[in-house]
Design a protein around this ligand. Structure first.
Ligand code: NAX
Length: 330
Protein backbone atom coordinates (compact mmCIF):
# COMPACT_ATOMS: atom_id res chain seq x y z
CA UNK A 1 0.00 0.00 0.00
CA UNK A 2 1.28 3.48 -0.91
CA UNK A 3 1.85 6.14 1.76
CA UNK A 4 -1.23 8.37 2.20
CA UNK A 5 -1.09 11.78 0.51
CA UNK A 6 -2.77 14.91 1.83
CA UNK A 7 -5.53 16.48 -0.25
CA UNK A 8 -6.84 19.88 0.84
CA UNK A 9 -10.26 21.11 -0.30
CA UNK A 10 -11.48 24.61 0.47
CA UNK A 11 -15.17 25.49 0.40
CA UNK A 12 -15.64 22.02 1.85
CA UNK A 13 -19.20 22.66 3.06
CA UNK A 14 -20.28 23.97 -0.37
CA UNK A 15 -22.14 22.19 -3.13
CA UNK A 16 -19.20 21.36 -5.42
CA UNK A 17 -17.25 19.92 -2.49
CA UNK A 18 -20.23 17.76 -1.52
CA UNK A 19 -19.66 15.86 -4.76
CA UNK A 20 -15.88 16.32 -5.05
CA UNK A 21 -14.92 14.96 -1.62
CA UNK A 22 -16.62 11.64 -2.23
CA UNK A 23 -15.07 11.20 -5.69
CA UNK A 24 -11.59 11.83 -4.25
CA UNK A 25 -12.26 9.54 -1.29
CA UNK A 26 -13.30 6.72 -3.62
CA UNK A 27 -10.05 6.92 -5.61
CA UNK A 28 -11.37 8.54 -8.82
CA UNK A 29 -8.77 11.31 -8.72
CA UNK A 30 -5.49 9.73 -7.63
CA UNK A 31 -6.19 6.08 -8.37
CA UNK A 32 -7.63 3.07 -6.53
CA UNK A 33 -4.30 2.33 -4.78
CA UNK A 34 -3.59 5.81 -3.39
CA UNK A 35 -4.72 6.40 0.22
CA UNK A 36 -5.62 9.97 1.14
CA UNK A 37 -5.88 12.21 4.18
CA UNK A 38 -8.56 14.85 3.57
CA UNK A 39 -7.92 18.39 4.83
CA UNK A 40 -11.27 20.17 4.68
CA UNK A 41 -11.19 23.95 4.94
CA UNK A 42 -14.09 26.30 5.54
CA UNK A 43 -14.76 29.78 6.83
CA UNK A 44 -14.70 30.18 10.63
CA UNK A 45 -18.48 30.49 10.89
CA UNK A 46 -20.08 28.10 13.44
CA UNK A 47 -23.09 27.14 11.28
CA UNK A 48 -20.84 26.42 8.28
CA UNK A 49 -18.43 24.31 10.34
CA UNK A 50 -21.41 22.45 11.82
CA UNK A 51 -22.65 21.68 8.31
CA UNK A 52 -19.16 20.45 7.41
CA UNK A 53 -19.23 18.11 10.43
CA UNK A 54 -22.32 16.55 8.85
CA UNK A 55 -20.36 15.92 5.64
CA UNK A 56 -17.55 14.34 7.69
CA UNK A 57 -20.10 12.04 9.39
CA UNK A 58 -21.14 10.91 5.90
CA UNK A 59 -17.49 10.34 4.86
CA UNK A 60 -17.13 8.17 7.99
CA UNK A 61 -20.30 6.31 7.07
CA UNK A 62 -18.89 5.38 3.66
CA UNK A 63 -16.06 3.44 5.41
CA UNK A 64 -13.84 4.26 2.41
CA UNK A 65 -10.82 1.92 2.23
CA UNK A 66 -8.60 4.77 0.91
CA UNK A 67 -9.43 7.39 3.54
CA UNK A 68 -6.77 7.51 6.26
CA UNK A 69 -7.88 10.66 8.03
CA UNK A 70 -10.24 13.62 7.78
CA UNK A 71 -9.39 17.02 9.23
CA UNK A 72 -11.52 20.15 9.55
CA UNK A 73 -9.79 23.54 9.45
CA UNK A 74 -10.69 27.21 9.21
CA UNK A 75 -7.12 28.54 9.18
CA UNK A 76 -5.17 27.90 5.94
CA UNK A 77 -1.87 27.89 7.86
CA UNK A 78 -3.08 24.80 9.73
CA UNK A 79 -5.18 23.34 6.92
CA UNK A 80 -2.37 23.26 4.34
CA UNK A 81 0.18 21.55 6.61
CA UNK A 82 1.98 19.01 4.40
CA UNK A 83 -0.60 19.31 1.59
CA UNK A 84 0.28 17.41 -1.60
CA UNK A 85 -2.75 18.43 -3.67
CA UNK A 86 -4.99 21.43 -3.05
CA UNK A 87 -8.35 22.12 -4.64
CA UNK A 88 -9.28 25.73 -3.97
CA UNK A 89 -13.04 25.69 -4.43
CA UNK A 90 -14.25 28.18 -1.80
CA UNK A 91 -14.61 31.72 -3.09
CA UNK A 92 -16.58 34.87 -2.48
CA UNK A 93 -19.71 34.90 -4.67
CA UNK A 94 -20.88 38.10 -6.32
CA UNK A 95 -23.31 39.81 -3.93
CA UNK A 96 -26.14 42.19 -4.89
CA UNK A 97 -24.80 45.43 -6.37
CA UNK A 98 -21.21 44.17 -6.27
CA UNK A 99 -19.02 45.48 -9.10
CA UNK A 100 -16.54 43.19 -10.87
CA UNK A 101 -13.62 45.01 -9.29
CA UNK A 102 -15.13 44.51 -5.79
CA UNK A 103 -15.56 40.82 -6.51
CA UNK A 104 -11.97 40.49 -7.76
CA UNK A 105 -10.63 42.36 -4.74
CA UNK A 106 -12.71 40.34 -2.25
CA UNK A 107 -11.38 37.14 -3.77
CA UNK A 108 -7.87 38.52 -3.71
CA UNK A 109 -8.33 38.70 0.07
CA UNK A 110 -8.95 34.94 0.08
CA UNK A 111 -6.52 33.64 -2.57
CA UNK A 112 -3.51 35.79 -1.64
CA UNK A 113 -3.36 34.47 1.95
CA UNK A 114 -4.08 30.93 0.74
CA UNK A 115 -1.16 31.12 -1.72
CA UNK A 116 1.06 32.39 1.08
CA UNK A 117 -0.07 29.61 3.42
CA UNK A 118 0.52 26.96 0.75
CA UNK A 119 4.09 28.24 0.26
CA UNK A 120 4.68 28.23 4.00
CA UNK A 121 3.10 24.92 4.93
CA UNK A 122 2.42 22.63 1.97
CA UNK A 123 4.71 20.04 0.44
CA UNK A 124 7.15 21.89 -1.87
CA UNK A 125 5.82 19.83 -4.82
CA UNK A 126 2.19 20.75 -4.07
CA UNK A 127 -0.14 20.98 -7.06
CA UNK A 128 -2.95 23.48 -6.75
CA UNK A 129 -6.14 23.67 -8.81
CA UNK A 130 -8.24 26.81 -8.44
CA UNK A 131 -11.95 26.22 -9.09
CA UNK A 132 -13.47 29.19 -7.22
CA UNK A 133 -14.40 32.07 -9.50
CA UNK A 134 -13.05 34.18 -11.08
CA UNK A 135 -10.83 31.10 -11.30
CA UNK A 136 -8.07 32.32 -13.65
CA UNK A 137 -7.41 35.55 -11.78
CA UNK A 138 -7.77 33.86 -8.38
CA UNK A 139 -5.10 31.38 -9.53
CA UNK A 140 -2.87 34.28 -10.62
CA UNK A 141 -3.24 35.91 -7.19
CA UNK A 142 -2.52 32.66 -5.31
CA UNK A 143 0.44 31.80 -7.56
CA UNK A 144 1.95 35.27 -7.19
CA UNK A 145 1.68 35.16 -3.39
CA UNK A 146 3.09 31.62 -3.30
CA UNK A 147 6.00 32.54 -5.60
CA UNK A 148 7.23 34.95 -2.94
CA UNK A 149 7.39 31.92 -0.60
CA UNK A 150 9.37 29.84 -3.10
CA UNK A 151 6.72 27.91 -5.08
CA UNK A 152 6.73 27.89 -8.88
CA UNK A 153 3.68 29.60 -10.45
CA UNK A 154 3.40 26.51 -12.69
CA UNK A 155 2.20 24.66 -9.58
CA UNK A 156 -1.03 26.72 -9.76
CA UNK A 157 -3.68 25.96 -12.34
CA UNK A 158 -7.17 27.31 -12.99
CA UNK A 159 -9.98 25.00 -14.01
CA UNK A 160 -11.28 25.29 -17.56
CA UNK A 161 -11.86 21.54 -17.76
CA UNK A 162 -15.60 21.86 -17.22
CA UNK A 163 -15.73 24.04 -20.34
CA UNK A 164 -13.56 21.50 -22.19
CA UNK A 165 -15.82 18.61 -21.16
CA UNK A 166 -18.93 20.59 -22.13
CA UNK A 167 -17.40 21.25 -25.56
CA UNK A 168 -16.57 17.55 -26.03
CA UNK A 169 -20.11 16.56 -25.07
CA UNK A 170 -21.74 19.10 -27.43
CA UNK A 171 -19.64 17.94 -30.37
CA UNK A 172 -20.19 14.25 -29.58
CA UNK A 173 -23.96 14.80 -29.55
CA UNK A 174 -23.88 16.77 -32.80
CA UNK A 175 -21.78 14.18 -34.68
CA UNK A 176 -23.30 11.05 -33.15
CA UNK A 177 -19.91 10.05 -31.75
CA UNK A 178 -19.00 8.96 -28.23
CA UNK A 179 -17.17 11.43 -25.97
CA UNK A 180 -14.11 9.18 -26.08
CA UNK A 181 -13.95 9.49 -29.89
CA UNK A 182 -13.38 13.26 -29.69
CA UNK A 183 -9.75 14.36 -29.47
CA UNK A 184 -7.72 17.58 -29.56
CA UNK A 185 -10.48 19.79 -28.21
CA UNK A 186 -9.19 23.15 -26.95
CA UNK A 187 -10.70 25.78 -24.68
CA UNK A 188 -8.55 28.91 -24.81
CA UNK A 189 -8.47 31.69 -22.25
CA UNK A 190 -10.68 32.63 -19.37
CA UNK A 191 -13.28 30.50 -17.56
CA UNK A 192 -15.94 33.06 -18.44
CA UNK A 193 -18.24 33.83 -21.33
CA UNK A 194 -15.23 35.08 -23.37
CA UNK A 195 -13.64 31.61 -23.37
CA UNK A 196 -13.00 30.24 -26.86
CA UNK A 197 -13.85 26.58 -27.48
CA UNK A 198 -11.88 25.84 -30.66
CA UNK A 199 -12.59 23.03 -33.11
CA UNK A 200 -9.75 23.93 -35.51
CA UNK A 201 -7.57 20.96 -34.52
CA UNK A 202 -10.28 18.71 -33.11
CA UNK A 203 -10.96 15.26 -34.52
CA UNK A 204 -13.96 12.95 -34.35
CA UNK A 205 -13.07 9.27 -34.86
CA UNK A 206 -9.83 10.57 -36.38
CA UNK A 207 -11.54 12.88 -38.92
CA UNK A 208 -11.25 16.69 -38.70
CA UNK A 209 -14.29 17.97 -36.75
CA UNK A 210 -14.59 20.87 -39.19
CA UNK A 211 -15.25 18.44 -42.03
CA UNK A 212 -18.29 17.12 -40.15
CA UNK A 213 -19.98 20.32 -38.93
CA UNK A 214 -20.49 23.63 -40.72
CA UNK A 215 -19.12 27.02 -39.72
CA UNK A 216 -22.61 28.41 -39.01
CA UNK A 217 -23.18 25.70 -36.37
CA UNK A 218 -19.79 26.43 -34.83
CA UNK A 219 -20.43 30.16 -34.62
CA UNK A 220 -24.14 30.25 -33.82
CA UNK A 221 -24.59 27.15 -31.69
CA UNK A 222 -21.45 25.40 -30.53
CA UNK A 223 -19.44 28.36 -29.21
CA UNK A 224 -22.37 30.21 -27.53
CA UNK A 225 -23.77 26.98 -26.02
CA UNK A 226 -20.45 26.12 -24.38
CA UNK A 227 -19.84 29.73 -23.29
CA UNK A 228 -23.33 30.04 -21.77
CA UNK A 229 -23.68 26.51 -20.38
CA UNK A 230 -23.19 27.60 -16.78
CA UNK A 231 -26.09 30.06 -17.04
CA UNK A 232 -28.28 27.39 -18.70
CA UNK A 233 -27.62 24.99 -15.80
CA UNK A 234 -28.54 27.69 -13.27
CA UNK A 235 -31.79 28.36 -15.18
CA UNK A 236 -32.72 24.67 -15.24
CA UNK A 237 -31.54 23.61 -11.79
CA UNK A 238 -31.93 26.78 -9.80
CA UNK A 239 -28.35 26.18 -8.64
CA UNK A 240 -24.97 26.43 -10.38
CA UNK A 241 -23.14 23.39 -11.78
CA UNK A 242 -21.85 21.24 -8.96
CA UNK A 243 -21.46 17.52 -9.80
CA UNK A 244 -20.11 18.35 -13.28
CA UNK A 245 -17.71 20.92 -11.81
CA UNK A 246 -16.50 18.34 -9.27
CA UNK A 247 -16.07 15.76 -12.03
CA UNK A 248 -14.03 18.23 -14.09
CA UNK A 249 -11.80 18.99 -11.08
CA UNK A 250 -11.20 15.25 -10.64
CA UNK A 251 -10.35 14.95 -14.36
CA UNK A 252 -7.96 17.91 -14.26
CA UNK A 253 -6.00 16.78 -11.20
CA UNK A 254 -5.95 13.10 -12.28
CA UNK A 255 -4.57 14.01 -15.71
CA UNK A 256 -1.97 16.36 -14.23
CA UNK A 257 -0.74 13.78 -11.73
CA UNK A 258 -1.18 10.51 -13.62
CA UNK A 259 -0.69 11.78 -17.20
CA UNK A 260 -2.79 12.05 -20.35
CA UNK A 261 -1.07 9.37 -22.47
CA UNK A 262 -0.41 11.91 -25.21
CA UNK A 263 -3.99 13.22 -25.26
CA UNK A 264 -4.72 16.95 -25.14
CA UNK A 265 -6.65 18.51 -22.27
CA UNK A 266 -7.45 22.18 -21.61
CA UNK A 267 -5.82 23.65 -18.51
CA UNK A 268 -5.62 27.18 -17.17
CA UNK A 269 -1.85 27.66 -16.73
CA UNK A 270 0.48 30.66 -16.45
CA UNK A 271 0.86 32.21 -19.92
CA UNK A 272 4.45 31.98 -21.20
CA UNK A 273 4.19 33.76 -24.53
CA UNK A 274 2.88 30.66 -26.35
CA UNK A 275 0.46 31.63 -29.12
CA UNK A 276 1.15 35.31 -28.58
CA UNK A 277 -0.35 35.39 -25.07
CA UNK A 278 2.21 37.41 -23.13
CA UNK A 279 3.24 36.28 -19.62
CA UNK A 280 1.15 37.71 -16.79
CA UNK A 281 -2.18 35.88 -16.86
CA UNK A 282 -3.47 32.37 -16.23
CA UNK A 283 -4.82 31.26 -19.62
CA UNK A 284 -6.59 28.15 -20.90
CA UNK A 285 -4.24 26.22 -23.21
CA UNK A 286 -4.14 22.74 -24.75
CA UNK A 287 -1.78 20.68 -22.58
CA UNK A 288 -0.28 17.22 -22.46
CA UNK A 289 0.75 15.82 -19.07
CA UNK A 290 3.48 13.29 -18.37
CA UNK A 291 5.37 12.31 -15.19
CA UNK A 292 3.39 14.81 -13.12
CA UNK A 293 4.30 17.76 -15.38
CA UNK A 294 2.25 19.58 -18.00
CA UNK A 295 3.41 21.01 -21.30
CA UNK A 296 1.54 23.43 -23.54
CA UNK A 297 0.98 21.85 -26.97
CA UNK A 298 3.15 23.85 -29.38
CA UNK A 299 3.21 24.57 -33.10
CA UNK A 300 -0.53 24.81 -33.83
CA UNK A 301 -1.65 27.03 -36.69
CA UNK A 302 -4.01 29.81 -35.61
CA UNK A 303 -6.35 31.33 -38.22
CA UNK A 304 -7.81 34.84 -38.10
CA UNK A 305 -11.13 33.65 -36.59
CA UNK A 306 -9.32 31.96 -33.70
CA UNK A 307 -6.82 34.81 -33.26
CA UNK A 308 -9.59 37.35 -32.67
CA UNK A 309 -11.29 35.18 -30.06
CA UNK A 310 -8.05 34.22 -28.31
CA UNK A 311 -7.12 37.90 -28.07
CA UNK A 312 -10.57 38.91 -26.79
CA UNK A 313 -10.41 36.49 -23.86
CA UNK A 314 -6.79 37.56 -23.20
CA UNK A 315 -7.95 41.19 -23.08
CA UNK A 316 -10.57 40.29 -20.47
CA UNK A 317 -7.92 38.54 -18.35
CA UNK A 318 -5.62 41.60 -18.58
CA UNK A 319 -8.54 43.77 -17.43
CA UNK A 320 -9.13 41.46 -14.47
CA UNK A 321 -5.42 41.64 -13.70
CA UNK A 322 -5.42 45.44 -13.89
CA UNK A 323 -8.27 45.54 -11.34
CA UNK A 324 -6.16 43.66 -8.75
CA UNK A 325 -2.64 44.73 -9.80
CA UNK A 326 -1.97 46.29 -6.37
CA UNK A 327 -2.82 42.96 -4.67
CA UNK A 328 -0.14 41.23 -6.74
CA UNK A 329 2.46 43.55 -5.26
CA UNK A 330 1.16 43.35 -1.68
P1 NAX B 1 -21.01 27.22 -2.55
O1 NAX B 1 -21.46 28.61 -2.24
O2 NAX B 1 -22.01 26.10 -2.45
O3 NAX B 1 -19.79 26.84 -1.61
C1 NAX B 1 -18.68 27.66 -1.47
C2 NAX B 1 -18.14 27.41 -0.08
O4 NAX B 1 -16.89 28.09 0.01
C3 NAX B 1 -19.02 27.96 1.04
O5 NAX B 1 -19.34 26.91 1.93
C4 NAX B 1 -18.15 29.02 1.70
O6 NAX B 1 -18.35 29.10 3.10
C5 NAX B 1 -16.75 28.52 1.35
N1 NAX B 1 -15.71 29.53 1.42
C6 NAX B 1 -15.77 30.85 1.12
N2 NAX B 1 -14.63 31.45 1.40
C7 NAX B 1 -13.78 30.51 1.89
C8 NAX B 1 -12.47 30.53 2.39
N3 NAX B 1 -11.78 31.66 2.44
N4 NAX B 1 -11.92 29.37 2.82
C9 NAX B 1 -12.61 28.24 2.79
N5 NAX B 1 -13.90 28.15 2.35
C10 NAX B 1 -14.46 29.27 1.91
O7 NAX B 1 -20.34 27.29 -4.00
P2 NAX B 1 -20.07 26.10 -5.03
O8 NAX B 1 -21.25 25.89 -5.88
O9 NAX B 1 -19.48 24.95 -4.31
O10 NAX B 1 -18.99 26.81 -5.98
C11 NAX B 1 -17.70 27.15 -5.51
C12 NAX B 1 -16.97 28.02 -6.50
O11 NAX B 1 -16.77 27.34 -7.72
C13 NAX B 1 -17.70 29.31 -6.86
O12 NAX B 1 -16.79 30.39 -6.88
C14 NAX B 1 -18.19 29.04 -8.27
O13 NAX B 1 -18.41 30.23 -9.00
C15 NAX B 1 -17.06 28.22 -8.80
N6 NAX B 1 -17.30 27.43 -10.03
C16 NAX B 1 -16.24 27.29 -10.87
C17 NAX B 1 -16.34 26.52 -12.01
C18 NAX B 1 -15.18 26.38 -12.93
O14 NAX B 1 -15.37 25.72 -13.97
N7 NAX B 1 -13.98 26.91 -12.67
C19 NAX B 1 -17.63 25.86 -12.37
C20 NAX B 1 -18.55 25.70 -11.23
C21 NAX B 1 -18.60 26.85 -10.27
O15 NAX B 1 -19.40 27.86 -10.82
Amino acid sequence: MKKPVKVAITGAAGQIAYSLIFRIASGSMLGPDQPVILQLLEVPVPEVLEKLKGTVMEIDDCAFPLVHGVEIHSDPMAGFEGTDYALLVGARPRGPGMERKDLLTANGGIFGPQGKALAAKANKDVRVLVVGNPANTNALIAATAAARGGLDPKQFHAMVRLDHNRAVSQLATKTGAHNTEIEKMIVWGNHSSTQYPDLSHCTVRGKPAKSLVDQAWIEKEFIPTVQQRGAAIIKARGLSSAASAASAAVDHMRDWVLGTNGKWVSMGVPSDGSYGIKPGVVYGYPCICKNGQYEIVQGLSIDAFSRARMDATDTELREERAAIEDLLKA
